[in-house]
Every structure is written in C-alpha cells, then in structure tokens.
Design a protein around this ligand. Structure first.
Ligand code: ATP
Ligand code: MG
Length: 284
C-alpha cells in the first residue's frame, strides 16, 4: 500500500467512524419474516451491547406495534420525517429494551409516493434523514446499527431504504416459492447499485420458519444454499410458536421467552451478523 493509499484509506475510515451500519430488511414477498427479524435481530444486537435504531418503513407499522409502541404515542412518524416535516431524531422513541429505539410508522406512509410525486430527491429522503443522525448525539443515541424494516413491495419506500443502506439482509421463508422473487429482488439491488447507491451490498440471506421435520423445508434450504452459496447465513430461524406469540404482547421474543429456540436462533444470527461485519470491514 502506498502512502497515498494509506491516507485515502484513513480518510475513508474517518468518514465511517461514528457512523452506524445501516442494514435494510427487504423482500417484496409478504409474510416472510422481515419485521420479526428487524425486531429480534435488533433486540439481540442490543443485548450484546450494540446501540440499535429500527426504522419502521412499512405503513402496516408492525415493527412499531410488535415493540409495544401504542399508536397514540407515535407523535412523529417516518412519514413526517420523509415528507420533511421533522428530523429523524425527533421521531425516535425508546423501547422497553435497553439500547433499542424505534422510529415508528403510521398508515400515512402509504400516501408518500403520491405526495412526493417527481421530487428530484425522492429516492434519497431516508438517506438524507439518516445522514446527521449521530452528529453530536449522546449515548445511547449514538447508534452503531440502524435496521430498516421494509414493506412487502419494491416501491419508493423500499428504494429509499436501499439508497440509504450499506447492505440489505433478506429474510427468505422456507417454503416452495422461496426462490421465486429472489432474482427480481437481486435485480433491483443491481439497479440501485448502478444508479442510486454504488456501495450497496448484500449482507446475507436468512432462512426463516425452518421446520426440520418437513422434507420441503430441507429441500428449500439445499436449493437456496446451492443458488446463493456463502451469502446464506449458517443460522436458520426455526418455526417457533413463541416467535409468533410475542408481538401480541408488544415484546420481542427475547424478552417474552429468552430460552426458546427462536430467541436462541436470533442471538446466534446477531453474532453472525457482527462477525460478517468484521470481515466486510477488513476486506474493504
Ligand atoms: N420463525 C417463526 N416462527 C413462527 N412464526 C413466525 C416466525 N417468523 C415470523 N412468524 C410469523 O409469521 C408472520 C409473518 O412474519 P413477519 O410479519 O415478520 O413477516 P413480514 O415479512 O414482515 O411480513 P410483511 O411482508 O407483511 O411485512 C407473523 O405472524 C409472524 O409472527
Ligand atoms: Mg413486515
């Protein structure tokens, strides 16, 4: 490495210093585990010391509800942020989990695409909102991870998430049609990379609702691993009833039942995500 390279590398590191890693949970298929993964990966990362902000970018608001944020307490939402009404920090609400916060959403978000019309910066609203997030921030609001929960669509909201992110994490349900739609998602990532965000990478694919007694589940795992290779995390999230019960109590599964197989899996996924982060940093 030449001196110039070293200086340039140092410059790049400085720019990164103090910035959170931004990861979007995306898959245009509905009900594959995006929100469940945002909530529980976020909780697991917070449990091992990271300072995490979840951005709810789905008008359904499931991440907000699943973390116990009452609709009446959503004074400002991601809609207000993207429309330019308030800064992101003003929309953030602390959750019952230490070091885990959320910027909640409301149904208003479903009208955003129409409201923004052809505004030139419409794909960069979220990126710009996140840009100053950690500036002069006091702990625990100096976030190390931002997780964005996307809606089940490749619409302007998901494009905003991809334009704002360092990487995307794709939850894939272990069912027959799992791979269908994945190539479309990967194509969209390519498009975003070539136009809006050249640094976007695929962090990994997490297989969800895995049922080892089901032959089909095993077949899907084999196919996805063959097709996507190392991009697939070793950790698989099992189908677990505690995971599906937890949101109705407004709690992450790790709080609802720390010892269940679902909680254990999300803790393993968090360590794998952090491990992959280290590898990504040393190779870039
Ligand atoms: N590992 C699991 N075991 C059992 N149930 C699960 C598991 N993961 C998710 N679920 C349940 O499956 C449903 C869909 O999950 P989730 O809401 O996380 O998917 P999503 O991709 O965010 O959906 P949408 O596309 O509508 O936003 C929910 O009822 C959730 O509780
Ligand atoms: Mg969801």
């Amino acid at each position: 490495m030449t001196v110039i390279d070293q200086i340039y590398q140092g410059d790049k590191d400085d720019k990164r210093a103090g910035q959170p890693r931004i990861i979007a949970l995306a898959n245009q298929k509905g009900g594959v585990g995006k929100t469940t993964t945002a909530i529980n990966l976020g909780t697991a990362l917070a449990a091992i010391g990271e300072r995490v902000l979840i951005i709810d970018l789905d008008p359904q608001g499931n991440a907000s509800t699943g973390l116990g944020i009452d609709r009446r307490n959503r004074n400002y939402s991601t809609y207000d942020v993207l429309i330019g009404e308030v800064g992101l920090r003003e929309a953030v609400i602390a959750t019952a989990v230490p070091r885990l916060s959320i910027a909640p959403s409301t149904m208003d978000l479903s009208g955003l695409e129409l409201e923004l019309g052809n505004a030139r910066d419409r794909a960069f609203r979220l990126r710009d909102a996140i840009a100053g997030l950690n500036h002069n921030a006091q702990p625990p609001a100096d976030y190390t991870y931002v997780l964005i929960d996307c809606p089940p669509s490749l619409n302007l909201l998901t494009v905003n998430a991809m334009a704002a992110s360092d990487a995307i994490l794709v939850p894939l349900q272990c069912e027959f049609f799992a791979l269908e739609g994945l190539s479309q998602l990967l194509q969209t990532v390519e498009q975003v990379r070539s136009t809006l965000n050249p640094d976007l990478t695929i962090h990994g694919i997490v297989l969800t609702m895995f049922d080892s007694r089901n032959n089909l589940s095993n077949q899907v795992v084999a196919d996805v691993r063959q097709f996507m290779g190392k991009k697939v995390y070793d950790t698989m999230i099992p189908r677990n009833v505690r995971i599906s019960e937890a949101p109705s109590y407004g709690k992450p599964v790790l709080v609802y039942d720390l010892k269940c197989t679902g909680s254990e899996a999300y803790l393993r996924l968090a360590t794998e995500v952090i491990q992959r982060e280290r590898e990504l940093r040393t190779t870039h």
